[in-house]
Design a binder for this molecule. Structure first.
Ligand code: TYD
Length: 213
């Protein structure tokens, strides 16, 4: 039996983490399938160590291609150790960020180019793709405002430090990805309340995989 692979994506400040915190227990109550939540970069011991290296605000001299390689390396390890085995045993795996994040942050935001980053990721994932991607859409300026407001509770990482223009490029690239992958990626307006966004995500998953409820 094959599992279900769902990813959640969005610009910084879209609220992915808060949404997942409420969405997961709702899915666990309603679904007949085992659910595993994980995140990138990270999700396994080695991948979490790479995460520390990438996001450490002190690493100001990190080259953009080094950054892209590290995200991809961390993804490969996570895929082999966690994603593949979880899907192989027929569970539902929900991952906070995946390849799309690299396409928009490194490909567009850092200016490496979407195609080059996509190729590097194909090497790492061997073509494994999510069955469904929930994209939480928020305007870059609103996302950054949210991050600044919650600075005390949340770790402020190296990418959060980037200027508004960087985050605008990231969001624009996400919108293009949605356009180009309409079957897989669903856009959800994340400007509303957490509760509204959680309910929309829940209903979308139920619509897409009705036999697992
Ligand atoms: P994340 O832990 O999801 O933080 P947040 O809660 O701020 O979304 O991701 C950390 C940062 O890493 C985030 O700014 C997005 C960035 N990122 C990339 O640039 N490329 C990638 O491939 C991934 C997975 C994340």
């Amino acid at each position: 039996m094959e599992g279900i692979f769902i990813t959640i994506e969005g610009p910084d400040g879209a609220g992915k983490t808060s949404v997942l915190r409420e969405l997961l227990p709702r899915l666990e109550d309603a679904m007949t399938i085992d659910i595993v939540a994980t995140r990138e970069p990270g999700g396994s011991r080695i991948a979490e160590e790479i995460r520390e290296l990438i996001l450490n605000p002190a690493n100001t001299e990190m080259d953009v291609r080094t950054e892209a390689l590290l995200y991809t390396a961390s993804r490969r390890q996570h895929l082999v150790e966690k994603i593949k085995p979880t899907l192989a045993r027929g569970a539902l795996l929900i991952c906070d960020r995946f390849v799309d994040s690299s396409l928009v942050y490194q490909g567009a935001g850092r200016g490496i180019g979407i195609q080059e980053v996509a190729e590097m990721n194909r090497f790492a994932t061997e073509g494994i793709e999510p069955d469904l991607t929930l994209y939480l859409d928020i305007e870059a300026s609103v996302g950054l405002e949210r991050i600044n407001r919650s600075k005390e509770e949340r770790q402020f990482d190296r990418l959060d430090q980037e200027k508004l223009e960087f985050h605008e490029q990231v969001r624009a690239a996400y919108l293009t990805l949605v356009e180009d992958n309409q079957e897989r990626i669903i856009l959800i307006d994340a400007a509303g309340s957490i509760e509204e966004v959680v309910t929309t995500c829940f209903n979308l998953i139920k619509e897409r995989f009705p036999t697992r409820f």
